[in-house]
Design a protein. Structure first.
Length: 392
């Protein structure tokens, strides 16, 4: 926590360079990185075409490598938690032989992005991936990997530079090769994140507005519960289906177009689970637009209140929280100087995000440690830049 983000980035780059030397010898021609993210508010709204308000983190996935001749690519990973084998070889895709998913799981993100890359012909390459985004911690380790791979490929075979299309291609990779029907938030902010700003993303138009967060007296504390419940795999797609069902019953193309009044009018046609899911989404979309406006004014108390409302709604209506996240949020908001706290990301474990006065950070961490039975990890953080090319 005491290390600066620049130091942490150079650690990951050094690790990638060492692994490259071990695996392939020499120095790579290209180095890039792409950040993980934390979402301040607007949860499970992206696939309902609503608003989200994430920011890019100083935690990144780095990819270093070089072009090679022929058709065969070779990529190794040093990322903690990646399944075996840590090195894969595969041929560039062709129309008759596309890259398909398989094992190891970490390589599916890589192969998915190669398959969905938007410019041709791609040369073969050898590369190493390293990351300090905690895997499965709800800080978008997957999106940061996808966006790092895409950014790397751009250096080998430039595309048209359309950043939104880049995010969409990475989202497609996650759908087809990781089997996760995610929304656009994580890939979008990993590509377009802006230092010192959160991004208010309209997930319908795919427009984003940067909201400044440069008050030195206010910080973001991320607390990783270090738990991941196995429900995640099936629950996310099922939530998505419930939302689609609710929208169809309300006669809307998405819940973005629905109001609480529409929901009340149709209450008799909805089972209680579908009603609660839709209620969360409709209110969360409204809360997120309001939160961005409040943040712009520096009204942190109001912002904090909206964060807590969001958490309660995710816990009670959307049912994606878990006891560990609830304890972390309750503990955080007990501390003087904390504006608000909530779970962040898909849920069922992972992290909470807390907005607080900088001077309250130490006592908040101490208090959470006393109240939480598990082994939390803390990051005090500020908004960072999206994917970028590094010098080698
Ligand atoms: C995951 C998904 F990948 C995002 O698209 C988003 O839906 C989020 O869960 C919940 O807000 O991170």
């Amino acid at each position: 926590m005491s290390r600066s983000s620049a130091e942490r980035l150079s650690d990951v780059v050094a690790e990638a360079l060492r692994a490259y030397q071990d695996s392939f010898e020499g120095r790579p021609a290209v180095a890039v990185c792409a950040p993980g993210r934390v979402n301040l508010i607007g949860e499970h709204t992206d696939y309902n075409q609503g608003f989200v308000l994430p920011m890019a983190l100083p935690l990144v996935t780095v990819m270093v490598g070089s072009k090679t001749s022929g058709q065969s690519c070779s990529v190794a990973t040093t990322a903690e938690g990646a399944d075996d084998p840590k090195k894969v070889d595969f041929d560039l895709p062709t129309d008759s032989a596309p890259l398909t998913k398989g094992e190891p799981a970490w390589a599916n993100y890589l192969k998915g992005v190669v398959q969905h890359y938007r410019a041709h012909p791609l040369p073969a390459f050898k590369a190493v991936i390293a990351s300090n985004v905690p895997l499965g911690g709800g800080l978008s380790s997957s999106a940061s990997l996808e966006v790092a791979v895409y950014t790397f490929l751009q250096q080998l075979c430039p595309d048209d530079g359309d950043k939104v299309a880049k995010a969409v291609a990475c989202q497609q990779a996650e759908h087809t090769h990781a089997g996760m029907p995610c929304g656009i938030m994580d890939q979008f902010v990993s590509v377009l994140g802006k230092e010192g700003h959160a991004l208010l993303i309209d997930c319908r138009s795919l427009d984003a507005t940067a909201v400044p967060m440069a008050d030195p007296g206010v910080v973001i504390l991320i607390t990783n519960s270090n738990v991941r419940h196995s429900l995640t795999g099936s629950e996310y797609p099922s939530r998505r289906k419930q939302c689609e069902k609710a929208a169809a019953i309300l006669g809307k193309s998405s819940l973005r177009d629905a109001t609480v009044q529409d929901l009340e009018d149709a209450k008799e046609k909805l089972d209680s689970t579908t009603y609660r899911r839709a209620r969360h989404v409709i209110e969360e979309i409204k809360r997120t637009a309001q939160a961005a406006e409040v943040l712009r004014r520096g009204a942190y108390q109001e912002f904090g209140k909206l964060m807590v409302e969001s958490h309660n709604s995710l816990r009670d209506l959307y049912e994606v929280s878990c006891p560990e996240l609830d304890v972390l949020v309750t503990a955080a908001v007990e501390v003087d100087g904390v504006f608000g706290s909530r779970m962040t990301g898909g849920g069922f474990g992972g992290c909470t995000v807390t907005l607080l006065q900088a001077e309250a950070a130490e006592r908040t961490i101490k208090h959470i440690k006393e109240r939480y039975r598990g082994c939390p990890t803390f990051y005090i953080t500020t908004p960072s830049e999206g994917a970028r090319v590094l010098s080698v």
